[in-house]
Write a protein that binds this ligand. Structure first.
Ligand code: SF4
Ligand code: SF4
Ligand code: SF4
Length: 381
């Protein structure tokens, strides 16, 4: 049974190799469409795009170091109901993990989707990606970013690097995908590998007629080295953030620039409430209330409820935080939202022994009630 196959890279460009692989899936009728990050403008940001014509895949560039949004929610939208055909969604590992969370929350479905993931070397922030491409055609820069052996090159530019979320991401392997594209440690001028992780992926790969290979040991060694580097970066980030936010005064200072625009909430793929309580009458305060609160202490910072908003969000979704960093990416005031949500998320996820996106069989902790849970907190024996 084939689990790993080799995909040749035309013109020494792995982006072309990925495009050819997707075209093959479309032409052989395995899928009716591809949902993939695509350059729609010559010098702009690639955006998630649904493509049904193989010829239109020529500007698809899922490996570009650009991450304009976590597309899990868009992928979920494509599956929430029947379309009559299977779509392949090419997603980053953090998008796949978020998608799995949404499926578990009944906001998406696995019925008509083929998840294709890839070894993710990270992305620049929305602010820095345009600086990275400058005036060049972004398609021409992606293979340079990937490096000759997927991950061997330094991603740091003169005064910026890939996003903090990516530098601290230890989950860069697409383990939840039906098919994973293996790039790290590969000779990308020649080939990469595709690996089936599910029976659906196995069935699709076996019909494509690609040459079987062993999952090369060079890939494993390079992946382990990359994960080790990122884990060390992550641990330092956890420590720094914990120190900065472990008191109320520290937390207040952390969010001092917050203007309650809710961009972080809108960008978060796992902020799952259909109607956010912060947009309801509950927080539509009256003038006499503001004045009363101001009189109580002699002054009132506005907008109000900024800390309350973040604490509520943490209570709702930190167990599902996949660390994608889109909250930080979306913040107009450069608040490092991801740092806090990942730091708290690591604690709440460990508390429930829960890894978001790991398995469809693990219900999100807040969706189950266990009478004997956390007695030391609840005060019950
Ligand atoms: S957070 Fe991880 S999986 Fe997501 S884009 Fe960054 S490196 Fe890739
Ligand atoms: S809180 Fe931030 S890092 Fe976590 S899943 Fe949401 S957007 Fe991504
Ligand atoms: S995006 Fe930034 S400013 Fe807006 S609500 Fe979130 S933390 Fe506050």
């Amino acid at each position: 049974m084939a689990t790993t196959a080799k995909v040749d890279v035309p013109g020494s460009d792995p982006v072309l190799g990925v495009q050819e692989f997707l075209k093959l899936l479309l032409r052989q009728g395995e899928i009716g469409g591809v949902f993939v990050q695509t350059h729609l403008n010559p010098h702009g940001m690639p955006m998630p795009t649904l493509i049904t014509d193989p010829e239109r895949l020529d500007r698809a560039d899922p490996l570009a170091p650009a991450f304009p949004m976590n597309a899990a929610r868009m992928a979920a939208r494509l599956t929430h109901g029947r379309s009559g055909d299977r779509v392949a969604a090419v997603l980053r590992p953090c998008e796949i993990r978020a998608f799995v969370e949404l499926v578990k929350l009944n906001q998406g479905s696995m019925d008509e989707i083929l998840l294709i993931g890839f070894d993710c070397l990270g992305a620049y922030s929305n602010r820095n990606y345009p600086r990275y491409i400058g005036g060049d055609d972004p398609m021409s820069l992606t293979s340079g970013f990937l490096g000759k052996t997927g991950g061997s090159e330094d991603t740091a530019q003169s005064d910026y690097d890939i996003a903090e979320a990516c530098q601290s991401c230890e989950n860069l392997e697409p383990l939840g995908a039906d098919i994973g594209i293996g790039l790290v440690g590969m000779d990308l001028g020649d080939h990469f590998v595709v690996t089936a992780h599910t029976p659906q992926g196995e069935a699709v790969l076996s019909r494509l007629g690609l040459a079987d290979v062993e999952d090369p040991s060079a890939r494993r060694a390079a992946m382990d080295a990359l994960v080790e580097k990122r884990t060390a970066y992550r641990n330092a980030m956890f420590e720094r953030t914990h120190e900065a936010t472990s008191t109320l005064a520290g937390l207040s200072e952390f969010f001092a620039r917050c203007v309650n625009c809710y961009n972080c909430r809108a960008a978060c793929p796992v902020c799952y409430c259909k109607e956010c309580v912060f947009l309801t009458d509950v927080f539509d305060h009256k003038p006499w209330q503001y004045l009363g609160w101001a009189r109580h202490k002699g002054m009132l910072k506005m907008p109000t409820d900024t800390l309350f908003f973040h604490l509520t969000r943490l209570a709702h979704m930190s167990t599902s935080c996949v660390g994608c960093g889109q909250c930080s990416n979306a913040c107009p005031n450069d608040i490092p939202v991801m740092e806090l949500f990942r730091t708290v998320g690591a604690r709440t996820q460990a508390g429930f022994d829960y890894v978001p996106g790991r398995s469809f069989d693990e219900p999100p902790p807040l969706s189950v009630f266990k009478a004997d849970e956390f007695p030391e907190v609840a005060g019950a024996d």
